[in-house]
Each structure stands twice: as structure tokens, then as C-alpha cells.
Design a protein around this ligand. Structure first.
Ligand SMILES: NC(=O)c1ccc[n+]([C@@H]2O[C@H](COP(=O)([O-])OP(=O)(O)OC[C@H]3O[C@@H](n4cnc5c(N)ncnc54)[C@H](O)[C@@H]3O)[C@@H](O)[C@H]2O)c1
Length: 349
């Protein structure tokens, strides 16, 4: 991976809750110096100034700034994603778009078509793929050490703030849905979802999702705001959360914990006796703590994005896979939750 060159100029659109993490990540890869920030909210602009963005580089409207930059980084609420993304691509800019890419699969398809036509690099903000724990787990899975994956489980739950514009499906569960697609390189053909608004805020605060794959593999993804948490949340002061993800294969199992930085794996299989199958377990192997802040994971994703620009290849988190397919999957989960029935998916959704 190359270090980013300072010749790219970044326009960071949106300096609310998550914008400062992006600003810090751009600085970390050497592209913070000449960064421009645009946000219509005066309080957000004041925060950018306090964070060291020069006054002359801070604007209310992003549109007049487009000519001056190479990269547009959209960190605005999902309702504004299409507006910023279409303007950026129409101006021939490379685009980093936070997750979830769009509010609907139709918008995602429109965006993917525009991206293809323009030919600049477009990446969606699923930074967990770049977390060294996720990379280590993917290495373990692809090495074949765990055998064929038969069951995957991800839990992102705990007590922390609930957004009013997005429920936990599109806010939190999407990270693990994307991780599952990337880690296993396959898509489900059937999905069952339960979404519950137990805080009565108009968006779900609990999402339980079961995915079935053609080869028999099952994945269970759960995201919630009222589940028991085990560790202080890295974003929300006072929040307490759990973020764990595991893969069970025919020869062994592994779990990563994004809060503790631990990867634990062990080889395990069952004896095939007539009356009873018994587990044959080897000792668990716990790797040394793999720490990586969210800013660092975000910076790694930015570095990969800049590498894609420089080497003229597809973004490592492409809009078709992480935008269109994931939006189709979320809509299927919502349909399942509404009807109480599982939903079949076309290949690649
Ligand atoms: N990848 C992650 O881990 C992660 C974490 C948090 C948020 N996000 C995503 O980042 C995006 C922003 O989230 P947030 O928590 O910062 O939201 P937020 O509501 O706290 O902040 C959004 C900011 O965008 C500004 N804004 C709105 N419309 C704008 C426009 N047209 N031009 C410029 N600025 C505009 C608002 O004034 C506000 O300051 C969302 O899509 C969210 O899902 C991703």
C-alpha cells in the first residue's frame, strides 16, 4: 500500500458527528493540509474551525467548492447522500460515500450507473473491512484452516444513542452484512428478518437477521440499542456495547472482538460414533491484542481508496456490491420483517 501523495485535494462534506473522524483520518494519510470542509450548520463550521481547519477552507455550501478538489468525501445524513454524490460525480470527482450508500436500491442502482459512466473511483464507507482483526479473520478463513464455513454470527449491540433518521439495520447491522459478504465472498439466497421499535422512536432499535446460502451456510446478524453491552463504546461517551463476529467452519471456529482487540480460534470437529457425536477440541489460540482505533481503520480505508485512484482500479468497497446489493438485501430484510415470511433473493443480492 502506498502512502497518499499530498497532491489530492479533499472536500469533506458534512462536519456533524462523524465528520471529525474523517478529517482526522485524512490528516493521518497526509491529505489533511489543504482539506476543504462544507456544512450548512454554523455550529458544525465552528467545530471545524476549532479542529484546525483554516477559516478560508470552511464553507456553508459544498457546490462552489467542487472545482477546487479531486476527492469528495460525503459524511452527511443518508437523505442527502444522492444530492452530494450526483453533484460530485457530475463534476468528475472521486467519491467516498458514507454508509449506507443510499436510502433505496433504486437510488443505489442510479448511482452505480452514473459511477460507471463517469469512471472515477467510488467507495462506500465500510471501514470494518480494513480493521486488522477483520483482515486476520479473512486470512484464517481463506487459508482453509477452519474448513468450510457453516455458520457465521455477528453481534453489534448495547446501550448507546439511537439515530432518528436510521434504524439499527441500516446504521449498524449493515457493517456486519457487508463484512459477511466480503469475508465469505458469497451472497445469501434467502433471508428472514425481525425489526423491533421497542423504544417507540419510529425506527427499529433491534434487528435480528438470518441469512441462508445455497451451500447450506447460515449467518445470524444482530444489531440493537438495548442489548447488553460489555465494553465502553468508542464513539458514544457513556455508551456500553458489544461488537463480536465469529465464523464456525467444518474444522474449527474463530471469533473477533472489535472492542477487546482479541482474535480467538481453535480447531474443533465431532467424532462420528454410533450413538453420540462428541466434540474433539484442540486448545484455543488467542492472538496478541490487535488494537486499531476507528480513526486508524478509517485511514486505512482511505489509503486503499487513494491507491485505487492512483492505480486506476475498482475501489476496494465498490458501489455495486456495497451499495446496490446491500440496499437490495436491506429491503428484503424489511419485507421479511413486515410480512413475517422469509424472502428469496436473486444471486448477488
Ligand atoms: N462508517 C461508520 O462507522 C459511520 C459512523 C457514523 C456515521 N456514519 C455515516 O456518516 C453519515 C453522517 O453521519 P453523522 O453521524 O456525522 O450525522 P450528523 O447528523 O451528526 O452530521 C451530518 C452533518 O451533515 C451536515 N449536512 C447535511 N446536509 C448537508 C449538505 N447538503 N451539505 C453539507 N453538509 C450537510 C449537517 O449539517 C451535519 O452537520 C451518515 O451517512 C452515517 O450513516 C458512518
Amino acid at each position: 500500500m502506498t502512502e497518499a501523495t499530498s497532491s489530492y485535494r479533499v472536500l469533506l462534506v458534512g462536519y456533524g458527528g462523524h465528520g471529525p473522524t474523517h478529517a482526522a483520518a485524512w490528516r493521518r494519510i497526509g491529505l489533511g493540509q489543504s482539506m476543504i470542509v462544507a456544512d450548512p450548520d454554523p455550529a458544525a463550521r465552528a467545530r471545524a474551525l476549532a479542529d484546525g481547519i483554516p477559516k478560508n477552507n470552511i464553507f456553508a455550501d459544498f457546490r462552489p467548492c467542487l472545482d477546487a478538489v479531486d476527492i469528495v468525501d460525503a459524511v452527511v445524513p443518508v437523505t442527502a447522500h444522492m444530492d452530494v454524490a450526483v453533484a460530485a460525480l457530475s463534476a468528475n470527482k472521486h467519491l467516498l460515500l458514507e454508509k449506507p450508500a443510499t436510502a433505496t436500491s433504486n437510488d443505489a442502482a442510479r448511482l452505480a450507473a452514473l459511477a460507471m459512466q463517469v469512471g472515477t473511483v467510488v467507495q462506500i464507507g465500510y471501514q470494518l473491512r480494513f480493521h486488522p482483526l477483520a483482515v486476520a479473520l479473512k486470512d484464517l478463513v481463506t487459508s482453509g484452516e477452519l474448513g468450510d464455513p457453516v455458520y457465521v454470527a455477528g453481534e453489534s449491540s448495547g446501550f448507546k444513542r439511537l439515530r432518528s433518521d436510521l434504524g439499527v439495520l441500516r446504521n449498524d447491522a449493515v457493517h456486519f452484512l457487508d463484512l459477511t459478504r466480503w469475508l465469505l465472498n458469497k451472497t445469501p439466497d434467502q433471508v428472514f428478518g425481525v425489526l423491533q421499535d421497542d423504544l417507540h422512536r419510529g425506527v427499529e432499535s433491534l434487528a435480528c437477521v438470518i441469512l441462508r446460502y445455497a451451500d447450506g451456510m447460515v449467518a445470524r446478524i444482530e444489531a440493537g440499542r438495548t442489548g447488553i453491552g460489555h465494553n465502553p463504546d468508542p464513539f458514544v461517551p457513556g455508551g456500553i456495547t458489544t461488537q463480536v463476529y465469529s465464523v464456525v467452519g467444518s474444522k474449527g471456529a474463530a471469533e473477533i472482538n472489535f472492542h477487546t482487540g482479541q482474535l480467538v480460534h481453535r480447531l474443533a470437529r465431532f467424532s462420528n460414533e454410533e450413538r453420540m457425536s462428541r466434540p474433539i477440541l484442540q486448545d484455543a489460540v488467542t492472538t496478541e491484542k490487535i488494537t486499531c482505533s476507528w480513526t486508524e481503520a478509517t485511514a486505512r480505508s482511505f489509503r486503499a481508496f487513494v491507491d485505487a485512484i492512483e492505480t486506476k482500479v475498482l475501489a476496494p468497497v465498490p458501489v455495486c456490491e456495497a451499495g446496490v446489493d446491500l440496499a437490495i438485501l436491506c429491503e428484503a430484510i424489511e419485507k421479511s420483517a413486515e410480512t413475517g415470511m422469509s424472502v428469496h433473493l436473486e444471486p448477488n443480492a
